[in-house]
Design a protein around this ligand. Sequence first.
Ligand SMILES: C[S@@+](CC[C@H](N)C(=O)[O-])C[C@H]1O[C@@H](n2cnc3c(N)ncnc32)[C@H](O)[C@@H]1O
Length: 249
Amino acid sequence: MPSIDSFYETDKAISEYLLFHYGTEELFKGPSEALDFAKRCAELALRHPIKLGRALDLGCAVGRSACELSAHFDETIGIDFSHGLIAAAERIRNGASIDTEIATEGKLTEKITLTLPPKARPDRLHFQQGDAMQLPTDIGTFDFALLANLIDRLPDPARCLQSIGKTINSRGVLAITSPYTWLAEYTPEDKWLGGYLRDGEPVLTYQSLQEILSPEFEELEALDMPFLIREHTRKNQYSIAHATLWRKR
Ligand SMILES: C[S@@+](CC[C@H](N)C(=O)[O-])C[C@H]1O[C@@H](n2cnc3c(N)ncnc32)[C@H](O)[C@@H]1O
């Protein structure tokens, strides 16, 4: 279980994720296809026929994908382990504009103000603190579940994926994105889904996802999703998440 004093509870994480999710394109010098990652994650829901009933954003951070999903689904729930990230998501949902400082150059910063995306439907959107490893028993079931850049931050991702099917309706869609950045500080090495040798052969996360999910899900597609995390005006971290979409049988 992640600890309450983890990185994701710090002011730095809250500020970084506010910028990553809600920052407008002028704030990023970089390839345009890598912008608005959280919005593009929500758009994964619309790539295949789907019932627009209930959507779940697990590991939602400050909630941009959930906000975007609320424009389409009758009800969207965003869950994150971090109390601080959920509090920021909830402030945005309530219509507050949030000020945050972002690094520009050296010791200099700039204040930016972030607000609810125009299409979000706060009345259809709910945020709650919770653990992806142990979802509340009364959470119900969903037509769409998004796990964006979550699996390589979990202590036992296989266990999470083996139980996620229970929360997805038959014919519902599961979307997983991840750069597969396995780190022992989040996931003990014996729980990694890939990135190591077994009997001299490489184990890749994509193969493990197929093995874990195939009993309950049919694979719909796999695609690359680049994203930028801004460090300062002239420095961004560029990553390419692998997105895989799955239909519950
Ligand atoms: C790399 S961030 C991704 C955030 C967001 N989905 C995105 O794509 O921008 C990982 C998120 O997972 C959350 N998280 C980590 N462990 C979790 C757990 N056990 N249950 C729920 N959320 C968790 C963190 O607090 C953080 O918000």
